[in-house]
Every structure is written in structure tokens, then in C-alpha cells.
Design a protein around this ligand. Structure first.
Ligand code: ZN
Length: 310
């Protein structure tokens, strides 16, 4: 079992308030919560706001289930960069006798993993992953490339924590741009500004900064340094609880990584560049609750208007 990250007193207190107020519903496992109606209404408002904004800028809407074919995870390089965050799906394919043994172990809450076999599926680690092979399968991109809104999809990260802003399963709203290198970079820079404005319109004191991913192991430190130096990852940060500001959204510029992996071709035959922007729905809700108070009915009128589903 992964050792949970310790929460600060501030984070623990915020989590207590959220549970006590019925905004979140406890499951007994850190980072896995149900949501009360007030929480979910705000989240749906954010989903609608992002969907509307992307559609107004010509995004094509694609939606995928929160499971990824295992082959896609294997091809993506995720298991070398983030083996500690991935979740794989195993299932029972044994005999009646084995089923009985499995039940015996499970009934005693002991380890029953030896009766489980790997399936073709893993939990979705990032909501943009299914977009690349789906677009590659269409053939060469049209001139100018493609802009996809992959929606607010459930994603899984195996990192139990007492910080309510660090969930194991949450909604990541992914916007993905595929195309010529300069178009993709321009899109990323435009959305950095647009994303900042969008969060500030919600009354959040958001800041843009360079960042790096939590790459695994010693080799990972070099990847992280390179990523930060070359500004391949940007984040929109807001103070929620705890010592550091929390990323409500993050941009990843993959250059030709997914283009090469999946053979995504440009109209002129070159390899496509890609970038994605993922907004964390739950983190935005938490930042709003922290900033404007636990009762969305009392939030400033302009903020409520932005989040109304119409
Ligand atoms: Zn992504």
C-alpha cells in the first residue's frame, strides 16, 4: 500500500469542514470522496463554462470512458515516467475452487491478488490520452491541425493524501491541440492567458508559473529540470489549503512525443506537435469554496453567473 502523504493542519481542517458540511462524502479511503449536491452543482457549472468556451473557439467535442486500453498506456511512456501513479485493472478468471479460496481470503480482508489476472484495461491516467490515437486513426491532420475538447473525464492517480485538493480520482477537463509546431505553441500561449482570465473572472487569485511533473526515480529529476527550463509545463495556481499554492490547471507541451508515438501526420507529411491543457474540476470547486465560502448561494453574483449552466 502507498504511504499516504501527510496533510498539514490547514488541509486536515479544510477536509473536516467539507465533510462536516456535506460537500464531500467520506469513503474511508483517503482521496476518494462522494460529492454532495452543492459541490456537484458548482462542478457542473465549471464543466459547462469550459465546454462553452472551447466550443466558441472551434473545439471538436470527443468523450471517452474513464478506462484506457492497456496497450495505449504501454505506448505512451507513462509507466516509465509515473509508474507510482498508474492503476491497472485485474479480474478473476479462475475455477470454482479458486473462487472459493479468493472469497475466503477476501472475507478475512487478506491479500487475494494471486487469484487476479491482468486485463486489457487500466484506469485513465490523463484525460487527453485517448485523443492522440483517435485523431491519428483519421489519417493526416487538416492544414492548421485540430482542437479537441475531451471533456471532464474521471482520471485516477495512486497517491492517497489527506489534502482534499489531492484526490485519487477526479475530473480532468482536457483541451488538446494537435498541429504544426508554431500553431500548437501559439495555442498554448493564448490559452495560458485565457485560462488565467477565466479563473480570475471566478474571483480566484490565479497566477501562471512554470512547473514540472512528479517524474519517478533519479532519472526523473533530470526530466523535471529539463521540463521546467524549457517551459514545457505551465500551471495556473491558486492558494487553497496548505503551504504551497495548488495547480487548478496545467499545460503540457509534448512537442513531437505523441505525434511520433501514434504517427500523427501533418497535412504536409511532417510529424504533428501536440499540447494539452487540463483543468481539475474538483480543485477549481475547492478553490472557490475556500475563497468565497462554503455556501455557493452567497457567492458574488458575477461568479454565480459564470457558473450558471445556461
Ligand atoms: Zn493531457
Amino acid at each position: 500500500m502507498a504511504s499516504p502523504r501527510p496533510a498539514t493542519a490547514d488541509q486536515a481542517e479544510f477536509l473536516e469542514q467539507l465533510l462536516g458540511d456535506g460537500l464531500l462524502v467520506d469513503s474511508g479511503v483517503q482521496g476518494i470522496y462522494g460529492k454532495g449536491e452543492r459541490f456537484e452543482e458548482v462542478r457542473m457549472g465549471i464543466d459547462a463554462l469550459l465546454t462553452r468556451t472551447a466550443a466558441g473557439l472551434g473545439a471538436e467535442r470527443l468523450r471517452f470512458p474513464p478506462l484506457l486500453p492497456r496497450r495505449q498506456l504501454e505506448a505512451s511512456g507513462y509507466l516509465s515516467s509515473f509508474p507510482h501513479l498508474a492503476g491497472s485493472i485485474f479480474a478473476f478468471e479462475g475455477t470454482e475452487a479458486e473462487a472459493a479460496l479468493q472469497q475466503e481470503r477476501a472475507g478475512a480482508h487478506e491479500d487475494w491478488s494471486e487469484f487476479q489476472q491482468m486485463t486489457d484495461l487500466v484506469l485513465m491516467p490523463a484525460a487527453c490520452y485517448p485523443v492522440y490515437p483517435a485523431i491519428a486513426a483519421r489519417g493526416a491532420l487538416p492544414p492548421g491541425g485540430v482542437f479537441v475538447d475531451a471533456g471532464g473525464s474521471w482520471v485516477f492517480r495512486h497517491e492517497p493524501s489527506g489534502d482534499p485538493a489531492r484526490l485519487q480520482m477526479f475530473h480532468q477537463h482536457e483541451l488538446v491541440r494537435l498541429g504544426e509546431p508554431e500553431r500548437v505553441l501559439q495555442w498554448r500561449d493564448e490559452w495560458a492567458e485565457r485560462g488565467l482570465e477565466l479563473l480570475r473572472r471566478l474571483g480566484l487569485a490565479a497566477e501562471l508559473d512554470r512547473a514540472s511533473d512528479p517524474f519517478f526515480g533519479r532519472g526523473g529529476r533530470m526530466l523535471a529540470t529539463n521540463q521546467r527550463e524549457r517551459a514545457l509545463k505551465l500551471e495556473l495556481l491558486v492558494q487553497i489549503a496548505g503551504p504551497e499554492p495548488t495547480a487548478l490547471a496545467s499545460f503540457n507541451h509534448h512537442e513531437d512525443h505523441f505525434g511520433s508515438t501514434y504517427g500523427i501526420e501533418l497535412a504536409d507529411g511532417g510529424v504533428a506537435h501536440t499540447a494539452c491543457l487540463g483543468f481539475g474540476h474538483e480543485r477549481i470547486v475547492l478553490a472557490l469554496l475556500r475563497t468565497h465560502g462554503l455556501d455557493p448561494g452567497t457567492w458574488p453574483e458575477p461568479v454565480r453567473r459564470e457558473l450558471s449552466p445556461a
